[in-house]
Design a protein around this ligand. Sequence first.
Ligand code: HQG
Length: 180
Amino acid sequence: MEHLKQLSIFIALILRHKPETIGISLDEHGWADTQALIEGIDHTGKHTINMEILEEIVRTDSKQRYSFNADKTRIRANQGHSVPVDVELQASTPPEILFHGTAEKSVASIRQEGLLPQSRLYVHLSQDIETARKVGTRHGKPHIFRVAAGEMHRQGYAFFLSVNGVWLTKAVPPAFLEDV
Ligand code: HQG
C-alpha cells in the first residue's frame, strides 16, 4: 500500500507538473501515452510498475486523481496542474458556499489580495470544512476561509468542477472571503 502511495505521488508530479522528469510530454489536453508513462517510470529504477499496478492506482487513488481514456492508451491527471493544459473542465454552478483551507502564515496576504492560484492553474476549493482543513494542514497550522461561491457565480465568475469533485476558479477577490 505504501509503495502505491509513493508511486501515486510520483505520478502526480509527472502528470501535473514535470513530465520531463521521465522524458515524456503531455498533449494540450493533459494526456500522456500510458505505455510511455509506464516505461519512463520503470527506467528510473525507483518504482515497480506495470499496467496492472497503474490500473490499481487509477482505481484506488484516495482522491481519484487520474483518468484513462476509453481504451486506456492514454492517462491524465484530473486537476491540479501547473503546466498549461486544458483538461476540458466542465463549467458549473457552484454551491452557495465553498471552503478553502490554507496555512495561518498565508492569511494576511490572502485577506489583502484574495486567493490566487500561485503555481497552479486554478484556486482549489472544497465542498466541506473537513476537506479544507486537510488541505490547509499540508501547509502548516490550518486556517479555513468560507468562499461566497454562489454570489461570485452570479456576478459572472466561472467555476469548474473537476471529475474528481474539486471546485476550481481562477481567483477569489477578498470581498468574497470570510473566516470560518
Ligand atoms: C495559498 C491537494 C498567499 C493557498 C489538495 C495555498 C488540493 C496564497 C497555497 C490541491 C494566496 C497554494 C491544491 C495569496 C493562495 N497569498 N498565499 N494571495 N492565495 N495562497 O498546493 O489549495 O493531494 O498550490 O491558500 O487536496 O493548498 O495534490 O494549493 O495554501 O485539492 O491531489 O497558496 O492539492 O491535492 O498551495 O492545494 P497549492 P492548495 P493533491
